[in-house]
Design a protein around this ligand. Structure first.
Ligand SMILES: *[C@@H]1O[C@H](CO)[C@@H](O)[C@H](O)[C@H]1NC(C)=O
Ligand SMILES: [Ca+2]
Length: 252
């Protein structure tokens, strides 16, 4: 019994080998081994494709590229915050003094108008009779405030301040040397040499500060031969003066 089974098994094995052989002959690839062919012949249906593997590790860093071209200039940035205040500069030079102001006057307009007025303009009617005394100008052209006294020939200051004085004299018959006096002191002197058969003129002017109570007048200076101040109906010799401006603070 056992021997018969062995014979059967061998017969089957031979049959299988024969089949394999026939298959090998039919294959185009002569390299394929008989065993593999047998395995294909005996294998089941192909399996499904496997899942994707996990991502690989990062590669190494690449080398540095070549240097690029210079880019265009960018737009200006926004305005910055204002800086802190600087320290004060050095003190500048002293300015020129201001002009003295004219003090205001209380009261009605008429009073203030007369309070600071002082002016006179006078002339001679005849030639000067004597030297060395004040010349008395008795021809009154203007003397509203009566600060000029024709009886003494002197201007007497009431309003202290700066005054302008001037004189324009006709010279005849002899030389003229006159002086403008203030408080018995000759301030300016004018001299004219008379030419025979002629009429000359002598003149002078001055700005003076005059205190209240001071007197100003014109007087022939020197001796008789300088007493040529002359006047008649058609040749005048005049003397004048007026307040240019009163002292600062006067009347306040
Ligand atoms: C005064 O002036 C007039 C001209 O206006 C002249 O004729 C006369 O001679 C002058 N007087 C003297 C003393 O020269
Ligand atoms: Ca002369």
């Amino acid at each position: 019994m056992e021997q018969r089974s062995r014979i059967l098994f061998c017969s089957l094995a031979l049959l299988v080998k024969l089949c394999c052989y026939l298959e090998v002959v039919a294959e185009e690839d002569p390299q394929q081994s008989t065993r593999e062919t047998c395995a294909n012949w005996m294998a089941g249906a192909p399996g499904y494709p496997g899942h994707n593997g996990a991502p690989g590790r990062d590669g190494r860093d690449g080398r540095d590229g070549e240097k690029g071209e210079k880019g265009e200039q960018g737009a200006p940035g926004p305005k910055g915050d204002s800086g802190t205040l600087g320290s004060a500069g050095a003190e500048g030079p002293q300015g020129v003094p201001g002009l003295p102001g004219i003090p205001g006057v209380k009261g009605v307009k008429g009073d203030s108008a007369t309070a600071y007025r002082s002016a006179f303009s006078v002339g001679l009617t005849t030639r000067v009779p004597f030297p060395n005394i004040p010349i008395k100008f008795t021809k009154i052209l203007y003397n509203e405030q009566n600060h000029y006294d024709p009886t003494t020939g002197k201007f007497r200051c009431i309003i202290p301040g700066v005054y302008y004085f001037a004189y324009h004299l006709t010279v005849y018959a002899s030389d003229v040397k006159v002086s403008l006096y203030k408080k018995d002191k000759a301030i300016i002197i004018t001299y004219d040499q008379y030419e025979k058969n002629d009429v000359d003129q002598a003149s002078g002017s001055v700005l003076l500060h005059v205190e209240a109570g001071d007197e100003v007048w014109l007087q022939v200076y020197g001796e008789e031969e300088n007493n040529g101040v002359y006047a008649d109906n058609v040749n005048d010799s005049t003397f004048m003066g007026f307040l240019l401006y009163p002292d600062v603070g006067y009347g306040q």
